[in-house]
Write a protein that binds this ligand. Structure first.
Ligand code: ADP
Ligand code: MG
Length: 655
């Protein structure tokens, strides 16, 4: 006699442990020959399903030996059992166990997916099987749109997908009317005739007798027929089967060495299951969307304002030391009269000082024709544009000769020009009144925008300091002395020298020396702190979004335990289940990330439209999107692992 395809030796199965232990199978011995049609018949509660789960490698026995083609598989790992299920077994359940979110075709094709078959092979074969079972026109229907008999035929097609050498049918007609039930039994007979080994489990003796052999089971014991009744005959039958060319039988697909299966298919399944819960998916997305959008907008605004501050500090002159009147901690230094033009003269010739530019001034009204404009009058020297690195747009700045001769000439900023001249009018050479004193405009300064302190640098009129003192401001003190340095790296030591010189002259520290470089540093630091703060707020919202994703994925796993069980029965290995849920989590996050990037840009542009400086750059976008992705992997991992670790039997039994 040839080796039986399945041999059970003293198999026991005990549920629970300790006092609560219930032994359901009490030492089952059973042999099933290749190509046999056997019925396992017993009353409800006799242990049939428990036995079937063990036969189908969905469950492992508590003790005893299970030889499949002579190899003991009782103690195989979950993945080895999954591989065996995938290769050998096809299940037909009483309640069909189709996946509700997938079409008939996708349900039928699923086992081949976990076997590593390509999508074209899968689809062609599933189509062929559906055709054979008379369901070609129902291929794209969801199970809910099919009748019970049709669903059962779909599940038979699925059992055949990977070849289905051994078909395990647990009460396959139990939920069907008698005519449809007959049809299903006829199909099983057909498959048997083609060489499939059929194990039919039923409580109905009338159905059981249709099999070649009936094994009765009662209270977890085999009552009769544990070995094929006529071994010689059975063996003969097997040999006939082996030599008979089988029409339409599906050969098992060779296993590919691809452990994760078809990524595109996981992707598709994830999409379908997410789409199935659209509302919930969108709520889950929301957390990630807000998180990513926040990261992008906040960093763009942070970068924007940082660049703005730096630019405006640059605009004021980056290599300047500025001396202002008033003791170091006194505010409102504008009417403190402790600094004079003579102090400026005393600072000329200090080492590292290229030029000394004193500055005087106050608010004035400029008038041209009928246009009046209140602006800022600045009296200074000819070197002002050089010290401030400030070019002229038109005309020229006043010369040292103009300063020496108290010339009534003025250079205006673009804001002043726009205020008192009409567009296209050439201001140079025109005569204006400044505080009712006539001046000739000899130049227009190039536009510099706002200073670091928010004042408009173009809203100024420059006049020689001498003319200003006598005719406009009536003061001999200055409000600032700017020192243009040769080497900014030595600014500290120059500042010390300036302080020393002035203290020697004034005999007290009634002035302050400020360094633009340190101002830049302070501003940069402040901005970096702001960016960090904004960034952490955004990161926290991403984290919260991630926790939302994990929560939803855990709910999703709990809801789909049965689906997971079905997939495992169809041969899905742990890694494949895990990957599927991980792909779902990552997909939600990546999709949320994409929307978030879009929203972040939209918010950034909106902020820009309202006047905030905004700078978009690639790194924050990549970082935000990447974080969303990582959030998906990290927070999807736990739910995915929980799904993968489910026991197939427990999962299948869940409602
Ligand atoms: P059948 O399929 O023949 O109706 P089952 O194999 O489903 O019988 O169950 C046999 C016995 O084992 C029943 O008494 C049932 O209560 C018990 N049983 C089945 N599954 C479990 C389980 N997971 N935990 C505890 N007892 C179980
Ligand atoms: Mg049962």
């Amino acid at each position: 006699m040839t080796t039986p395809i399945i041999e059970l030796r003293s198999i026991t199965r005990t549920y629970g442990s300790g006092d609560a232990a219930v032994q359901v199978l009490h030492g089952i011995d059973l042999q099933i020959a290749r190509g046999e049609f056997i019925a396992i018949c017993g009353q409800s509660g006799s242990g049939k399903s428990t036995l079937m789960n063990i036969l189908g490698c969905l469950d492992t026995p508590t003790s005893g030996q299970y030889l499949f083609e002579g190899h003991d598989v009782a103690h195989c790992s979950p993945d080895e059992l999954a591989a065996l299920r995938s290769e050998v077994f096809g299940f037909v359940f009483q309640r069909y166990n189709l996946i509700g979110t997938e079409t008939a075709l996708q349900n039928v094709a699923m086992p081949a997916l976990y076997r590593g078959a390509g999508s074209q092979v899968r689809e062609a074969r599933a189509q062929q099987l559906l055709q054979r079972l008379g369901l070609a026109d129902r291929a794209n229907f969801r199970p809910s749109a099919l009748s019970g008999g049709q669903q059962q035929r779909v599940s038979i097609a699925r059992a055949l997908m990977n070849g289905g050498r051994v078909i395990l049918a647990d009460e396959p007609t139990g939920a069907l009317d008698s005519a449809t039930g007959e049809e299903v039994l006829r199909l099983l007979h057909e498959l048997h005739a083609e060489g499939h080994t059929i194990i039919l489990i039923t409580h109905d003796v009338g159905i059981a007798v249709q099999a070649d052999r009936v094994v009765h089971i009662g209270d977890g014991n085999i009552i009769g027929g544990a070995v094929p009744a006529a071994p010689a005959a059975a063996t003969a039958a097997v040999e006939v089967v082996a030599t008979r060319p089988v029409a339409g039988q599906v050969e098992p697909e060779p296993i590919h060495a691809n452990p994760v299966g078809d990524f595109a298919a996981s992707f598709g399944m994830a999409l379908r299951s997410l789409r199935n819960n659209l509302f919930r998916t969108s709520l889950t997305l929301l957390g990630i969307v807000i998180g990513v959008a926040a990261v992008i907008t906040m960093l763009a605004m942070g970068d924007g304002s940082k660049a703005e501050v730096l630019r405006s500090i640059e605009a004021m002159g980056p290599d300047l030391l500025v001396v202002r009147p008033g003791a170091p901690n006194i505010r409102g230094s504008s009417d403190i009269k402790t600094l004079t033009a003579e102090d400026g003269k005393a600072l000329e010739g200090l080492p590292n000082v290229l030029r000394v530019v004193p500055e005087n001034g106050k608010g004035v009204t400029a008038r041209f024709g009928r246009n009046d404009y209140s602006t800022n009058g600045v009296g200074t020297t000819a070197e002002y544009p050089l010290a401030r690195n400030w070019a002229l747009l038109q005309g020229q700045f006043f010369s040292e000769a103009d300063v020496a001769s108290y010339a009534p000439v003025a250079v205006i900023g673009t804001t002043v020009r726009d205020a008192i001249f009409t567009e296209g009018e050439d201001p140079v050479g025109q005569s204006i009144l400044i505080a009712s004193v006539p001046f000739e405009i000899i130049g227009v300064m190039a536009s510099k925008g706002e200073s670091a302190f928010g004042s408009d640098l173009d809203d100024n009129i420059f006049v020689p300091i001498t003319t200003g003192r006598i005719r406009l401001f009536g003061q001999s003190h200055v409000r600032a002395i700017a020192l243009h340095l040769a080497d900014m790296n030595r600014s500290e030591e120059t500042a010390a020298a300036v302080s020393e010189t002035l203290e020697a002259r004034h005999r007290t520290a009634d002035f302050q020396v400020r360094n633009m470089a340190s101002l830049i540093e302070t501003a940069t630091q402040t901005q970096n702190t702001m960016s960090l703060l904004l960034g952490s707020i955004a990161a926290i919202s991403l984290l919260v979004g991630g926790i939302g994703v994990m929560n939803i994925m855990l709910v999703s796993v709990t809801e789909r335990i049965r689906e997971i069980g079905i997939r495992m029965a169809c041969g899905a290995r742990r890694l494949q289940i895990q990957l599927q849920f991980l792909v779902e989590a990552v997909l939600v996050c990546a999709f949320g990330g994409l929307i978030g990037v879009g929203l972040g840009f939209a918010a950034g542009y909106a902020a820009r439209a309202f006047g905030s400086p905004v700078i978009f750059s690639l790194p924050p976008v990549l970082m935000a999107f990447g974080s969303a992705f990582v959030v998906g992997v990290v927070f999807g991992f736990l739910p995915a692992r929980r799904a993968a670790r489910l026991d197939p039997v427990v999962a299948l039994a869940s409602e």
